[in-house]
Design a protein around this ligand. Sequence first.
Ligand SMILES: [Mg+2]
Length: 277
Amino acid sequence: MIADKFDVFLFDLDGVIYIGSEPLPEAAESLKRLRKEKKGIRFLTNDPCTTREKTARRLMSLGVEARSEEVITSSWLTAQYLKNEKIKTALVLGDEHLKWECQQVGIHIQDQNDVEAVVVGWDIDVFFRDIQKAAKLIQRETKFVVTNADRTFPTPEGPLPAVGAIVEAIRVSTNKKPFIVGKPNPYMFKKALEDFASSSRAVMVGDNPYTDVLGAHQAGIQAILVSDHKMKKFPSARDFRNPDATIPNLKSLFDHNIDIKNGFLLPFLGQRKLKRA
Ligand SMILES: [Mg+2]
């Protein structure tokens, strides 16, 4: 079974542990079992409209044990990245959670022309003049950092524009590429694995081939797709968006009849060596 083959499990949240406010079947029980078996667990989300504490509380309310230090949100990680880059001032297009995380690492959120970075997350009240202000700064070589580049997010009425839509408006009008903090950038995966020995066997469990699966492979780890219908494969067997295994729910991690194929060798982008399952 898959659970025996790895020491560390990285979980996406929406579509894997819950959908909206509903926990997914078998998720809480399966995570409990992984903890009992002393597996390392991290939760990775591109959602910038939350904090680590808030996400951990949400998971606990759904019966999933979680500590805030086990949660990596794109808002928290963006703040960590800015701190690493020694950024002190930033124009932030985002909601109060992203701003709060930035302030926790000592960043002054300003509207001035001499800010060191433009940071883009999700802001439902963004004005076109904010986009113009950001673009003007980026034209002048101000650092361009974004929490994630997801183009849409799922809603009952169908997909709606997400952070990527704001990012794209700035990108096409400046011709400058942002640094993307969230998945599929390997940065989030590497940060999630920081506390574990480099010899530990890690795997990503997610429901999105374009962020979870691609990102894991780019970081040099294997990826399991959670999907209850058979997904069409990307034609090339070496396409990074093809998962190493597909499971209907997290209980399948303990199913003796479900296995994970051997990891293929990747042109390696990170420092971790790909662990063969
Ligand atoms: Mg998801």
